[in-house]
Design a protein around this ligand. Structure first.
Ligand code: NAP
Length: 466
């Protein structure tokens, strides 16, 4: 496939190969874009600001509805390509596409709800004969940088609200999964004025760096790892910045929890797309009084999961994104075992596959629960009582989501008050709708996404005094 700059497909002699994680075969190549290409794309976005601003809100909304309709007609094609380039089970790729359509629809609706407000300046000294109101205007050029795990929906979470607020976009998808992103950019471009959506592929450090530093860029919206997010934060200067970073989400099961519900939430949360989800359950914190019963059921349910070809509709667990990712998970499990943890099921790697694993006897000091583990692991940390459980939940540098299972309203209230996370879930795990304010505390990021919140963030407030 080719890059997209100012409405034109751009190729380069240098290519990156896009591999299928299932068998390491090459699916396609993408151009290795340069610093000059990045500058051209940013300039194209800059030049397209005027035409976007000249469109009526009614027209912008209609364009988003048109994009929605076009994409809806290609749902199966996109889902299959997501599966080929990421190894995500096809049933989960279809869910991603259905959510992606929802995100565009929400953006089309939200584009008509960008309001300013009247300001009673005559309440202030000197404002007696003045009339004040605010208008919300586009930020301008948005740099959108995305990771591999939800290559379509995470891109749409940035691009569709940016368009809704009449911005232009330079978009860089992950080098591990750029194909669906390029296809999406092409589809959007066919409905929009040239230069409104530009898509670059190539080395993240070269392209990303310019997308963050360029004085022509007004906002940077990044989803990815903490390490990359921190380097962006250092370079972004005074640009508006949204950082959706990693997580280390706890799922706490208290003495009075419904065990069956908590087990099924753990299975869904820890193993969804082989654990490569920012809001995956990454630590299972169990009250000792229910731990044995919970673990027995969890092991039974974990063993039922079916590994295999992600294009097979019956597959629950596909490969990890590449061999390096699977080796890293193996290393973390081995490290935990050498420090005293016990594998109750799983614990085996086969190429890019890692079998869903229940690990008992994990302590908060182990690397597997200190850092973000991107793999299908359920590490069990045993505690005694509510206070110890919530302390363990907070004992992390991250704060994206936290789930607490309890039948007690008092425990639920305490969890809501105590746990430091962008979302606290009661009797649920791993939850996102595309309109909710999504984003973490601590090292998990800065700002919120979710269509209404993203649209707001992609505008500036101008005060008018008459
Ligand atoms: P990553 O390695 O940080 O890459 C993310 C993006 O950043 C890629 O497009 C990458 O390009 C680009 N990049 C690399 N170096 C850059 C630089 N110096 N400046 C600007 N951009 C640069 O993340 P990943 O491995 O793809 O994704 C997994 C991570 O994303 C996990 O930590 C996960 O928790 C997080 N995530 C967070 C959320 C959320 O909403 N909070 C959602 C999904 C995933 P290249 O691929 O070309 O290097």
């Amino acid at each position: 496939m080719k890059m997209l700059i100012r409405g034109v497909s751009v190729d380069k002699p240098g290519k990156l190969e896009v591999k299928n994680p299932l068998d390491n075969s090459t699916i396609d190549t993408v151009p290795s874009g340069s610093l000059q290409d990045t500058r051209k794309a940013i300039l194209a976005s800059h030049d397209a600001k005027g035409v976007m601003n000249s469109l009526t809100t009614r027209r912008i909304s209609q364009l988003l509805y048109d994009i929605h309709q076009d994409l809806a007609g290609q749902l199966d094609e996109f889902a299959e390509l997501i599966t080929l380039e990421t190894g995500k089970p096809i049933k989960d790729s279809k869910v991603e596409m259905e959510r992606s359509l929802d995100t565009i629809l929400l953006s089309a609706e939200e584009s008509k709800r960008i309001y300013g407000e009247t300001v009673p300046v005559d309440a202030g000294l000197g404002g007696e004969d003045a009339l004040g109101f605010t208008v919300r205007i586009p930020v301008g050029v948005v740099s959108a940088i995305t990771p591999f795990n939800y290559p379509v929906n995470l891109a749409i979470h940035k691009i569709a609200p940016a368009i809704a607020a009449k911005n232009t976009v330079v978009f860089k998808p992950s080098s591990k999964a750029p194909l669906t992103a390029l296809k999406l950019a092409e589809l959007m471009d066919s409905h929009l004025p040239d230069g409104v959506v530009n898509c670059l592929t190539g080395d993240g450090a070269v392209i990303g760096d310019e997308m963050v530093k360029s004085p022509l860029v007004n906002k940077v919206s990044f989803t990815g790892s903490v390490a990359t997010g921190l380097s962006i934060a250092e370079k972004a200067s005074l640009k508006k910045l949204t950082l959706e970073l990693g997580g280390n989400d706890p799922l706490v099961v208290l003495e009075d929890a419904d065990i069956a519900d908590a087990v099924s939430a753990t299975v869904k949360g820890a193993y969804l797309i082989a654990g490569q989800v920012c809001i995956a359950v990454k630590r299972v914190i169990l009250d000792n009084s229910i731990a044995d019963e919970f673990i027995e059921e969890l092991v039974r349910s974990t063993k039922k999961l079916r590994l295999g070809d992600p294009l097979d509709h019956k597959t629950d667990i596909g490969p990890l994104i590449d061999a390096g990712a699977a080796l890293q998970v193996e290393k973390l499990v081995d490290d935990a075992v050498s420090n005293g943890a016990e594998i109750l099921c799983g614990g085996e790697r086969d190429g890019t596959f890692y079998r869903p694993t229940v690990l008992d006897g994990v302590t908060p000091q182990m690397t597997i629960v200190q850092d973000e583990t991107f793999g299908p692991i359920a590490p069990i940390i045993r505690v005694n009582g509510v206070d110890e459980a919530f302390n363990a939940a907070n004992d992390t540098q991250f704060g994206l989501q936290a789930g607490v299972f309890t039948e007690s309203i008092e425990n639920a209230k305490k969890a809501i008050k105590t746990i430091e996370a962008g979302t606290v879930l009661i009797n649920r795990s791993t939850f996102r709708t595309d309109n909710m304010p999504f984003g973490g505390f601590k090292m998990s990021g800065l700002g919120k996404e979710g269509v209404k919140y993203t649209v707001e963030d992609m505008t500036r407030t101008k005060l008018v005094i008459l």
